[in-house]
Design a protein around this ligand. Structure first.
Ligand code: NAP
Ligand code: GDP
Length: 343
């Protein structure tokens, strides 16, 4: 029997990689989209658009979700849709909560109320942002959760709800506590992609200054392709559970800039944030990175690194890519993108 999967957030970074992975495993793949994709070839779904079925709806619209879920009757639901930007969640906390927290409730309620979905498995995209500024390093499934942003708080609601529906309604519900994961498909507002795009533009002759916020913030950056595989592995295990997915290595935003600079062989000139308080001009050939205090968050999470030993032990999950591979993939892709745009 062909398995049927339904992905919310299918147009995003993880949703598109997961769709590709599930199609390779022989699934029939359906996805929720907020609007028609006007230029399929430029979307993340360009490789698989002929093989996925899109349904138009929104996580804030319970009726549309109920109708779609009743039509599709999936064996597995992957709830990846969200307002995903931490900084934006400070400016728009209400919509962030509606999508990230209540959107999850809407799906779980439908799974429990619709008799056709009684055996449907559910995956929730939980996040390391739920740890906030934890005293424990590295963070595992046992680390106390104390989120530091409206994004993290809404995700914590959805995380606890997932656990609650598992224990109170016996839903096969898993939550993946995923640390930051990136790729050439990462949203352009996230720091890694902002950096690789700026360097690619600079290499192509567009000499701009790269403005960043907190350079000392540390993250555990993995590759999105490894992380969507982990989501699927959780859903194939005989028992639903929660798992941290991370590489276990940590780098600062400044380290990431240095790795990209080394890849492109570009000297850097740092300005601000105690690196060089003087406003001096970059020498010819140097890319200038300037700290802009306006890019600092009201409260930042500064020290994330994950312990994924449970996922390695129980699921036999291992990442295939390291940070050097990730930097290379993102830089190659963004350089090609700039070249295409300049043609
Ligand atoms: P992404 O690229 O920003 O994709 C977000 C997706 O959610 C897009 O498909 C977007 O649709 C959709 N969406 C947003 N609001 C929606 C709404 N109201 N109704 C329906 N769909 C909506 O995010 P990602 O990096 O793939 O992340 C996937 C999930 O993992 C998210 O839940 C995120 O919070 C979580 N997560 C990500 C990371 C990470 O480092 N990437 C780490 C931990 C957890 P449009 O295309 O229409 O905008
Ligand atoms: P997040 O971990 O989901 O918030 O992913 P981001 O890529 O948005 O941010 C990672 C870290 O980089 C955070 O601690 C930010 O404060 C820091 N950061 C520093 N400069 C920037 C910037 O210009 N943009 C973003 N998005 N983050 C920045």
């Amino acid at each position: 029997m062909t398995k049927v999967a339904f992905i919310t957030g299918i147009t995003g970074q993880d949703g598109s990689y997961l769709a590709e992975w599930l199609l390779k495993q022989g699934y029939q793949v359906h996805g929720l989209a907020r609007r028609p994709i006007s230029d399929v070839m430029r979307s993340h779904l360009y490789q698989v658009h002929q093989h996925v079925q899109l349904h138009y709806g929104d996580l804030t619209d319970g009726v549309s979700l109920n109708t779609i879920l009743d039509q599709v009757r999936p064996h597995e639901v992957y709830n990846l849709a969200a307002q995903t930007h931490v900084a934006i969640s400070f400016q728009a906390p209400e919509v962030t909560t509606n999508i990230n927290a209540l959107g999850t409730l809407r799906i779980l309620q439908q799974i429990t109320h619709n008799p056709h979905l009684r055996d449907t498995k559910f995956y929730q995209a939980s996040t390391s942002e739920m740890f906030g500024n934890s005293m424990q390093t590295p963070q595992s499934e046992l680390t106390p959760l104390a989120p530091a942003s409206p994004y993290g708080i809404a995700k914590l609601y959805a995380h606890l709800l997932t656990q609650n529906f598992r224990s109170s309604h016996q839903v096969f519900a898993c939550a993946g506590i995923l640390f930051n994961h990136e790729s050439p498909r990462r949203g352009e507002l996230f720091v890694t992609r902002k950096i690789t795009q700026a360097f690619a533009r600079w290499v192509s002759g567009q000499h701009t200054i790269l403005e960043l916020g907190n350079l000392d913030s540390r993250r555990d950056w993995g590759h999105a392709k490894d992380y969507v595989r982990a989501m699927w592995m959780m859903m194939q295990h005989h028992t639903p559970d929660d798992y941290v997915i991370a590489t276990g290595t940590q780098h600062s935003v400044r380290d990431f800039c240095n790795m990209v600079a080394a890849y492109f062989n570009i000297p850097l000139h740092w300005q601000g944030s105690g690196v060089s308080e003087q406003a001096v001009h970059a020498q010819t050939g140097e890319l200038m990175i300037r700290v802009n205090p306006e890019l600092h968050r009201p409260l930042d999470v500064i020290n994330l690194v994950g312990d994924s030993s449970k996922a390695q032990r129980v699921l036999n999950w291992q990442p295939e890519y390291d940070l050097n591979d990730l930097v290379q993939h993102m830089c190659e892709h963004d350089l090609q993108l700039v070249k295409n745009l300049m043609q």
